[in-house]
Design a protein around this ligand. Structure first.
Ligand code: SAM
Length: 249
């Protein structure tokens, strides 16, 4: 596990989360689940997207030269919303699920002059050169990983000196937990009725997510190489800003 296995330090949402899976198995299950549900997930997510985009924008503090990567972009709702809020900077969305990326590309193609691109990729090993972007965001995705620290180290690598990452994680509040769980349970059950390849695919295959507590999020953020870290919360989410050293001492 490269010394990164601290899964037991998260708050388990479901009892079977405590079961240990071989490293990589959860990633395959997460990819398969988001691939399977991509169409219905887009509809559900765009209708219920729970994150305050203006707050994210404020925290990203972009100028006209900045380029943004949205990691764990799913069907591209965040880049498309940013574009609709008037942000014209180039935005690259990266996601593990090829189906989510297919939907993101399709939706973005309907916008004119969009400067939005999407690529399949794993945030624990981003398909991007070192110091290639000045801004990065990751919305409600870190909780799906075995090793969030690996992703944070990748975020640090791909950011330019002085670059900034904004990470938003949902809180384990009653409503978000119930909504999330109800959606996946219903969707997975429906799919297993109609798609024979997913006959035995149930919500227990997903085994997650594991929500961060404030304490664990602080601990995780502080274990990464970013220089300035801030963490705020509202009643549903944590908002973290991480800044990479600009190399000037
Ligand atoms: C809850 S969705 C959030 C999607 C999007 N950020 C939004 O706010 O609409 C989480 C996304 O993270 C992606 N994901 C999970 N693990 C990943 C990984 N290791 N690398 C890249 N994407 C990942 C999933 O495929 C899924 O699309």
């Amino acid at each position: 596990m490269d010394g990164f296995d601290n899964r037991t330090s998260y708050t388990p949402i479901l009892p079977f989360w405590k079961d240990r899976m071989p490293h990589g198995e959860r990633k395959d299950r997460v990819r398969k689940m988001y691939d399977t549900l991509a169409g219905v997930y887009y509809l559900w997510r765009s209708a219920t997207h729970p994150v305050n985009m203006k707050r994210i924008l404020e925290k990203l503090a972009m100028n006209s030269k900045d380029t943004l990567v949205d990691v764990g972009t799913g069907p591209g709702i965040v880049p498309i919303k940013l574009r609709k809020l008037g942000i014209e900077n180039p935005i690259l969305g990266v996601d593990l699920s090829p189906k989510e990326i297919e939907i993101a590309r399709h939706k973005a193609s309907k916008l004119s002059h969009n400067h939005l691109t999407f690529e399949v990729g794993d945030m624990e090993k981003l398909p991007l050169p070192d110091a290639s972007h000045s801004r990065l965001c990751c919305i409600e995705a870190l909780l799906l990983l075995d090793c969030p620290e690996k992703a944070l180290s990748e975020f640090h690598r791909v950011l330019k000196p002085g670059g900034k990452a904004v990470i938003v994680e949902p809180k384990n509040t009653g409503l978000s937990k119930k909504l999330f769980y109800a959606f996946f349970k219903l969707a997975l059950k429906s799919y297993s009725l109609f798609r024979t390849e997913y006959k035995n695919f149930s919500e227990t295959d997903f085994r997650g997510p594991c929500y961060f507590t404030r304490e664990k999020l602080e601990y995780t953020m502080n274990s990464c190489r970013f220089e300035h870290i801030s963490l705020e919360e509202d009643h549903t989410h944590f908002y973290c800003v991480l800044e990479k050293n600009n190399g000037i001492h």
